[in-house]
Design a protein around this ligand. Sequence first.
Ligand code: ADP
Length: 299
Amino acid sequence: KVTVIGSLNVDTTIKVKAMPKPGETLHAKEVFNAGGGKGANQAIAAARSGADTHFIGALGNDSNGQYMQELMRKDSVNISPIAIKSKERTGEAYIVVDEAGENSIMVYAGANMALTPQDVQVSEQVIKASDWVISQFESTTTATEKGFELAKQHGVKTILNPAPALENISADLLAKTDVLIPNETETEIITGIKISDEASLKQATDKLHQLGVEAIIITLGSKGAYYDVLGQSGLVDAFKVKAVDTTGAGDTFIGALSSVLKTDFSNIEEAIRYGNKASSLAVQQFGAQPSIPYKEQLN
Ligand code: ADP
């Protein structure tokens, strides 16, 4: 059982030939809406990979909020009770993707940044019954902290995806983090170590271990992922595919991984390979949630 505490957004993806320059007006090739937000993406990825999944987050009292509830229910993500913030808009993201598959993203957090520790507290029993509690930095850190505090009280393991990157993560939150999953950029920002080769990856994970994190998995885009847990470390290669849109690659990796990773880390390499496989399928299609694969595709 996986519980995700985090954000949800309605994404508007705009496909263009090339990124618009300041002052320039362009014809877009295609525009579409889909579900997004790191928290919701990770929850949907876990659910599609077969995990019994619960999501804790906040919506506005608006049509985007209704739309997101429908999407989550369609994927059997349990969202009850979800916090409704009547003074806020449901989160939104505007994603511009060019022909090379490169993206630029603007996010309006809205209701995501109104999620309170009380909104998390009401789901204490859900957290208690979980194998993994996952969170990110796209909703309030106070909600993440509350969720991790409850998880630790009940002996439940936690996964922190420190994204978007924060330079100073509280020592207290890291002390309550069992698995840290940053990408390359986030790793550099947190550790101050430039990632270039396996030696620099080891240096970075050593530093993160010193902060009290038991397991570290650094995702490396088309290079795969590096892990360091219980004295075991190594690189698990990515699948060779042609990426058209990498939005949500990391989220798909984390959700899929959490659906299979054992809490004693005994199958760490296998779980990372499963995450790599899920995200390699996701990057071959447009959109965050539309491209997240189902268990049947993964098998
Ligand atoms: P984020 O989306 O958070 O920046 P990454 O770019 O590191 O995260 O991607 C997460 C995972 O997605 C990688 O570990 C890898 O398994 C997969 N992935 C990302 N880009 C590609 C790619 N071009 N080809 C194959 N797999 C990819």
